[in-house]
Design a protein. Structure first.
Length: 186
């Protein structure tokens, strides 16, 4: 983890914990998580909105006004909307994405669920995704949510990352290992 992402995580975590506690008290964790997913989707899909939140030259008031107009058009729970307003008021919108990720992590932990990042050379079929999720569940003892991406440079196979563990069964890695072994034989 880089120093800047570590700093962002240190800022984001207390906010996420406070929101998680509040959502737990109001029994609205699932809806708050959906609201945050929607906000996260807006941030990742709109380059302009993302730049607005991250920009140090745009005033906190201008950012808060922009966020308020988004909130007015949303159907967010009051808990979610007030959280985002508090983040804006505190001048922490540049960390909102990290707060969303931290909240989602707390929610997943509460459901006894873990995330696994899966990178494949080609998109996986629904059956393959289901089989992989079941295999990971049997190994970890937890429900596994797969985050899928495609990297054609792998040639074949998968790279699966669950927490700090990584399983690399890609053809690219196997060919690289074979190339190193062949050089050592010479």
């Amino acid at each position: 983890m880089s120093a800047s992402s570590s700093v962002l995580a240190n800022i984001a975590r207390p906010y996420a914990v406070a929101l998680f506690d509040l959502a737990s008290e109001t029994k609205s964790i699932a809806k708050v998580e959906k609201d945050l997913d929607d906000m996260g989707e807006l941030i990742s899909s709109s380059e302009d909105f993302s730049r607005l939140l991250a920009s140090p030259v745009i005033s906190a008031e201008a950012k808060a006004a922009a966020v308020e107009s988004v909130l007015e058009k949303s159907d967010f729970l009051l808990v979610s909307a007030n959280f985002i307003r508090a983040v804006a008021r505190n001048g922490r919108l540049f960390v909102l994405s990290a707060m969303i990720e931290a909240f989602k992590s707390l929610s997943a932990k509460g459901r006894d669920e873990i995330n696994a990042d899966v990178v494949s050379a080609v998109p996986l079929s629904k059956k393959q995704i289901g089989d992989l999720a079941e295999t990971l569940k049997s190994k970890t003892g937890k429900t596994v949510t797969l985050e899928q991406s495609v990297d054609a440079s792998l040639i074949g196979g998968l790279v699966v990352r669950v927490g700090s563990q990584m399983i690399d069964s890609s053809l690219k890695t196997k060919l690289s290992a074979m190339k190193i072994a062949m050089k050592e034989v010479r």
